[in-house]
Design a protein around this ligand. Structure first.
Ligand SMILES: C[S@@+](CC[C@H](N)C(=O)[O-])C[C@H]1O[C@@H](n2cnc3c(N)ncnc32)[C@H](O)[C@@H]1O
Length: 399
């Protein structure tokens, strides 16, 4: 962004713990307000964004844009002061995973009220008339119900403001690949981007990785320096293992050092937090040890004939464990990691990933503090837009 003029402003709706906001701030935007109805999300946001003036614990189906405008600019109509609106309306209603289990078909498909939350988002867009909006969601959104929902978003965004003779929005979608943008993870998401129709040209963003990011990093770049833990051990707050860090950095030829310094901002973190490993049953620990690095249980059974103690249904070979590989991107960090942690076994230690490891794989800096409740922390981390991705989709500046 050019120097000298005030920063462009942005509002974050359905903000969660603030992955999107953090990326926007790093791209140079001033975040004016962030709204979410989850108390833990707002508490975490509050703890980490002392410079965001309005962090609101509100339900967006009832807390409308007029109320927000009145809070930010009491008694004034200065609502054109919002340049960009970003947000992640919840995605459960569209996810491909749930389509497989039948939860996204038939009457349940239409009935899911979370599918209509994009309308709350568009209500804010219609009111504030930002130059651009960016919505992030799972890939299923583009194709859900034969594309009908995406078409609805396009149609409704185009019509915004028509009654008042104001411009609507041109909307297109784009798939983001987090790994290309410097996040050590296989993560593809759908971006829905709207540009106010009075602005010149059509915005076709070339997603660029942030200047300080390393494209296509491996999992080990992000977590290889962290202290070794046994299942069920660790502390909420402790010192770093600096000897291990030095060894790690020397071994990784620059990429780890860049990730640690530029993305995780280790200089700003005085203590290591949220590095606590979950407890596992003795049977699970023995089963983990039967895997090789980078292998899933289904592959181990099919290819190497491994027998697990867990009573597998050999007709389906449904996967239960994934031992992550150091030199590859990690599997997608998901919100239900707290329940599905067996798919996230540490590449060299016999346990699943800690919340700090998950946060690092999502490109959250080490100074970012999460809830002491591991379940809540995993959920907020898995739900977030990786800050590095948000930084990479920095919207263009129109004069
Ligand atoms: C996918 S997460 C967003 C993550 C966020 N963009 C980030 O980067 O951290 C969706 C969020 O929407 C919030 N949410 C769902 N329904 C809501 C509603 N009616 N009003 C406000 N927030 C809501 C959830 O609590 C959740 O935090």
């Amino acid at each position: 962004m050019s120097g000298g003029r005030p920063p462009l402003t942005c509002i974050d709706l359905f903000c969660g713990c603030g992955g999107f906001s953090l990326g926007m701030q790093r791209a140079g935007f001033a975040v004016l307000a962030a709204i979410d109805f989850n108390a833990e999300a707002i508490a975490t946001f509050d703890r980490n964004f002392p410079d965001v003036p309005f962090i609101l614990h509100k339900d967006l189906t009832t807390f409308g844009p007029e109320k927000l405008a009145e809070l930010i600019w009491p008694g004034s109509s200065a609502r054109l002061g919002v340049d960009v609106i970003v947000g992640g309306p919840p995605c459960q209603g569209f996810s491909k995973v749930r389509r497989v289990d039948g939860a996204n078909s038939g009457p349940r498909l239409i009935a899911d009220p979370r599918r209509h939350l994009y309308r709350e988002f568009l209500r804010y867009v219609g009111f504030f008339q930002p130059r651009i909006f960016v919505m992030e969601n799972v890939l299923g959104l583009r194709s859900a119900v034969g594309g009908a929902y995406f078409t609805a978003v396009q149609k409704e965004a185009r019509a915004l403001g028509r009654a008042q003779g104001r411009p609507g929005y041109r909307v297109h979608s784009q798939v983001e690949d987090a790994w290309e943008l410097g996040v050590p993870q296989k993560r593809h998401r759908q971006l829905i981007i709207g540009v106010r129709s009075d602005l010149p040209g059509y915005f076709l963003p070339e997603l660029q990785h942030a200047p300080h990011a390393v494209p296509r990093p491996c999992l080990w770049d992000a977590i290889g320096d962290l202290p070794i833990l046994r299942a069920g051990s660790g502390e909420q707050e402790r010192d770093y293992d600096l000897i291990r860090r030095v060894e790690h950095v020397e071994h990784q030829e620059g990429s780890a050092l860049r990730y640690l310094c530029n993305v995780l901002e280790i200089d700003r973190a005085k203590k290591l937090t949220s590095h606590v490993a979950r407890h596992h049953s003795e049977r699970d620990l023995r089963d983990f040890a039967r895997l090789r690095e980078g292998e899933t249980s289904a592959t181990a059974m099919r290819v190497r004939g491994v027998e697990f103690e867990f009573p597998y249904d050999k007709s389906s070979f449904k996967d239960r464990y994934t031992w992550q590989g150091r030199w590859h991107p990690c599997s997608t960090i998901v919100a239900h990691l707290s329940k599905d942690d067996l798919m996230f076994i540490h590449p060299t230690q016999n346990r699943s990933l800690t919340a700090r490891e998950a946060a690092r794989i999502q490109s959250f800096p080490d100074w970012f503090r999460f809830s002491q409740s591991r379940t809540q922390a995993y959920r907020l981390i898995g739900n977030a837009v990786p800050p590095l991705v948000a930084e990479g989709i920095e919207p263009p500046v129109f004069n």
